[in-house]
Design a protein around this ligand. Sequence first.
Ligand code: GUN
Length: 293
Amino acid sequence: MKLLDGKAISKELREELAAEVKEMVGKGERPPHLAIVLVGNNPASETYVNAKVKACKNIGYETSLMHFPADISQELLLSAIDELNENEDIDGFIVQLPLPAHIEDRTVIERVLPGKDVDGFHPINVGRMSLGLDSFVSATPGGIVEMIKRYGIETEGKHCVVLGRSNIVGGPMSILMRRNTYPGNCTVTIAHSRTQNLAEVCRSADILVAAIGKPEFVTADMVKEGAVVIDVGINRIDDASRERGYRLVGDVAFDPVAEKSSYITPVPGGVGPMTIAYLLNNTMIAARKRIGQ
Ligand code: GUN
């Protein structure tokens, strides 16, 4: 078993981006600028957003955090998005999800200009990605594909089972793995909570991507000997032995599954760091377009 070390690969990618920022600035261009919109005080969202801001600063990006109260009206939030769309000093921006219940995610996502949608959530970007055209690819699947590429894992003709069908992870992941390119050319199955014979379907996977949001859901009996296992889950489970009262586990029961896998991502330190690095990558793509590269 080999670990897919997302922390190390993310560092490699961030170093490449930092070098590109230096080069850009050396040529008299301003660095890439990512704006982040956060609504309310969801603790997990605050943690993610802080990590994104820090990652930007570490590689020399400019970053702006716009933090609105949970009771902001949808109208006001949409006008803030309009301003970001028009602001030429900002290359790309994201609106951290989930949003409070009185705000419609879909309306907000569709208000972001596709050219600034570095989350890759806008239907234009999702559609273009599905067609194999130039687009922003959402950061978690984009980061996973980057990791597969940098480890040189074979994908052609393999059976990839994606467990979970969310718009952010499972959906785009399945599209990327069936593309006619590398990484891709897989035979893809999307499995979910209503799938019959789920264990059997998972057992037929050469590459298993677990994005179902259930702690340690994938057990060793669901995994083929030699499979590549990618764990997207970040679940908090109570653990009185830890000072903070919980620990993080993935959607995969790591130890027993690791024994059967050829490659496996740890949690934490696997997919998570790649997600942030890939958001930085998307922001660089937006900045390159600004300077005509
Ligand atoms: N919430 C959980 N993951 C994400 C993400 O990748 N982008 C945004 N905007 N919100 C999220």
